[in-house]
Write a protein that binds this ligand. Sequence first.
Ligand SMILES: Cc1cc2nc3c(=O)[nH]c(=O)nc-3n(C[C@H](O)[C@H](O)[C@H](O)COP(=O)(O)OP(=O)(O)OC[C@H]3O[C@@H](n4cnc5c(N)ncnc54)[C@H](O)[C@@H]3O)c2cc1C
Length: 576
Amino acid sequence: AIYDTASSLPLRSYDYVVVGGGVAGSVLANRLTEDRHVNVLLLEAGPSNKGVYEIMVPFYFWLGIPQRYNWNYTTVPQPFLNNRTVNYPRGHVLGGSSALNGMVYDRGTRDEYDKLANITGDDGWSWNNLLPYFIKMESFGPPTDNHNTTGEYNPLFHGTSGPLGNSLPGYSQHIDQLVLESIGNDVFPFNEDASSGSTIGFGWQVSTIHNGTRTTAATAYLSDQYLERPNLHVLVNAVASRVLPSKSQTIDTVEFHQGLGSDIKIHASREVILSAGTVNSPHILLNSGIGDKDTLASLNIPVLHDLPSVGKNMSDTLVTYISWEVNSSTTLDVLLNNLTAREEAFAEWNATRTGRMSNGVVNLVGFMNMNESNPEVQQIREKYGFPGPGRTSGDFEYDFIDGLGLESPSNGSYFSMLVGVVSPLSRGTISLNHSDPRGPPLFDPAYLSSEYDLLVMRQAMNTAIEFTSLGLWPSYLAAPAFGLGPVIEEYGTGNYTAMDDLVRNGIQDAGHVVGTASMSPYNAKWGVVNPDLTVKGVKGLRVVDASVFPFVPGGGTQIPTYGLAERAADIIKQSS
Ligand SMILES: Cc1cc2nc3c(=O)[nH]c(=O)nc-3n(C[C@H](O)[C@H](O)[C@H](O)COP(=O)(O)OP(=O)(O)OC[C@H]3O[C@@H](n4cnc5c(N)ncnc54)[C@H](O)[C@@H]3O)c2cc1C
């Protein structure tokens, strides 16, 4: 059941206390309570997701999800982005960031998981060993328009009876045809299914949408049938501040508060599991005295264990958007700019869960590697080698957007491309704010601090310009917008002044931040958790969330995090 106040909780001690009811925490709460002899308390800082229609309607990703469901982080000024700060949303609601993310279903690739297995020395994290979890958790459903999906995906790679509902796009857009006519050739090959272990090529995007409604970790793993379990208790509006040991190095207590109330302690007889996400899990570790000992001492935080990697190694995909005005009046901008059109689309969604509001962010996407015969690429390779996981993972990615997307609303009709660097080398930090360690942490992704990321972004932008000069695009695209004109004029000259400027002013959060509690081999001198996700140097504590990935797996991070938590649940069950 869901509880609003700590005083109404039936127990004062649980087998497991899980902190954070987002992607990973919801999976754990569900899977661990499959054994009715095991009881779990899930603490979530935000409110319940129940009945929040802005979370349910997929199109509200564009229209905006209310701020109270968001931690509303902001980065520190970014020196390589002309000192801009960047807004950084994170979910603050049961379901976590899956309640406000772009719903893109990216599983990651064979090379990415095999690299994870190699880095950690645990073959359980390899593609072959994780694929059964991805299939087990999935319920692949029909698109909302019920069109024939033959050739748009490969059923061999999908499950149909798991908790997590997903589907192919259910609303066709004019640009779909333009994209399809430009692909299926040597340069821009078709990829039937990016869930197959290779993302290379262009194809249809699966989304975490089921029956026209957003699937979140809460709708999937904390639905009523699971909340009815007498051994699963969820406390909302409960903000954990620290984990505490009762004897030497064994953690068995979580300290939290509700609203302006005083600190409350809850006991875990088996384990405490942090699933508060890439920003908040390291924040809780640091406040608990698990982190770099000198920094903690300078803040008068008693050191429980010296673990310098906590909060370091932060990594995120690098994304920016480019846009054109278009010769069309049917782009998604219509719903952002015209209230009547929006009301009609909402009425359709409300009545039948179909139409534009039932659809995801993008219908078609592409992943590519850089062109090795290009002398500029050869120079990049000479200097940096192949830092990405391997050839099944792209160097860069494109999402095709039937409108202005995140810059909206505006009074025009647009086409946009999200241009992303998949395996960036820049690394940032989460650290405590000296003036208020328990307040929001300092969030520094250090975007573009590695020159490599900008060099790959240039190649991605060049290829985007080439892509949109082919086929039917020139007659559809009326004019480049928002600073893209000078970039196109500069194309081919070897001068990147306008492009670099557009990139530095345009980079936005991708939401795919990982790495601040990285997994590393047992006995490694770096890292925060072992391959079984136990925190190094203490007992009774694990971190299970996106923060443990040492590098960004795949384009999006939600499905890798679901998969991670599915396997983590088995590891925990086997260790008890
Ligand atoms: C705007 C945005 C768009 C995104 N788009 C996509 C996409 O399209 N595709 C994709 O694959 N990925 C996307 N992602 C990333 C994806 O959603 C995350 O990688 C994923 O949700 C991470 O799961 P998690 O369990 O680590 O953290 P979360 O899902 O963020 O869950 C953490 C939970 O912990 C709670 N919490 C935090 N601190 C505390 C505390 N002190 N006490 C109690 N509870 C706490 C939070 O409120 C939250 O509910 C996006 C993310 C964002 C923010």
